[in-house]
Design a protein around this ligand. Structure first.
Ligand SMILES: [Zn+2]
Length: 313
């Protein structure tokens, strides 16, 4: 998919709520917008790849090659939703225009949903569109560490069972400014899956800073420029590994402040995705750009039926 690399406010995305209302008065306007996001370089048939199509009266695209009728929402998270697209757009606007996001209860109230379950399911669908694993590799200098979410103390290794170990990888530049982050719920504290995660989310050849645990030596074999900081203790965290430490405190504050309830381990990975989406775009002053990005990623994300969401899938 060819993307617009620098979307422009007022041209590619609405800058204000007033513009949002003016651009999307009805479902037809939403369908047209999704069509452009889905096929930025023009229509491409999902079955035969033909680039020519006719528009049908009911908002569909009909392939000139094979005759397949397809919609802008087919195979995306909006697939077979019975709710008008304009309501989905309002939800996406609401979720992205609030700096810290919104709880299911908040979304239920704002959009006048009949049920908490609907609002909850929508938020989970949107979370699945927030991080695209294959497209956002970290680079430069990356600090890799683990922290715990849940439970009472914020200590490192040696957590009790109600605490979830979170692996944190975060970019840090020469001046100490943090860049992008990636997070993962680990199986066990200090486990080898930290290495697997690093290889998944960090560009080969990048510089990785870790504590002195012996297993991190493997990062050198994996082609990274590995720097071990020997012998630091939990007290040193702030100065020696400031990136993950800061991310960890922000994550704790966010889950406690915005979500207001305990997150089950089963759903935790998707909350981590939402935190990542927000953190990585925290410098963006244009909230409308987040709206644009989330919709763009939504038409690039498979549908997730409610049954699968409840099951964790
Ligand atoms: Zn076709």
């Amino acid at each position: 998919m060819t993307e617009i690399l620098r979307p422009i406010g007022g041209v590619d995305y609405p800058r204000t709520y007033q513009e949002f209302r003016a651009w999307f008065p009805d479902d037809t306007a939403c369908v047209e917008y999704l069509g452009k996001l889905r096929w930025p370089a023009g229509f491409s048939c999902p079955r035969c790849g033909d680039g020519h199509s006719w528009r049908t009266g009911d908002g569909l695209w009909m392939c000139a090659g094979c005759g397949l009728k397809t919609s802008a929402t087919a195979g995306t998270i909006f697939h077979r939703s019975h709710t008008p697209l304009s309501t989905w757009f309002a939800a996406v606007w609401f979720v992205t225009s609030q700096k810290n996001g919104v709880s299911a209860k908040g979304l239920e109230g704002a959009l006048g949903f009949g049920s908490y379950e609907t609002a909850w399911a929508w938020l989970h669908k949107l979370r699945r569109a927030m991080v695209r694993p294959d497209r956002e590799l970290l680079g430069g200098v990356v600090e890799l560490d683990q922290s715990f979410l849940g439970g009472k103390s914020a200590g490192k290794r040696g957590a009790s069972s109600d605490k979830a170990p979170i692996t944190i990888a975060v970019e840090r530049d020469d001046s100490g400014q943090l860049g992008r982050v990636r997070l993962e719920l680990a199986d066990v504290p200090g486990g080898l899956d930290m290495i697997g995660f690093a290889c998944e989310v960090i560009t080969p050849g990048a510089s990785i800073h870790t504590d002195g645990a012996r297993m991190f030596a493997r990062l050198t074999d994996k082609g990274y420029d590995h720097h071990a900081i020997a012998g630091y203790k939990a007290d040193d965290l702030d100065t020696v590994m400031p990136g993950p430490h800061l991310v960890s405190s922000l994550l704790k504050r966010w889950t406690a402040g915005t979500l207001h309830y305990r997150i089950s381990r089963q759903h935790l990975p998707y909350y981590l995705d939402e935190f990542t989406f927000r953190f990585n775009r925290r410098a963006s002053k244009a909230r409308g750009l987040l709206f644009y990005r989330l919709l763009q990623q939504s038409v690039d994300t498979d549908p997730h039926p409610l049954k699968e969401l409840i099951g964790g899938g």
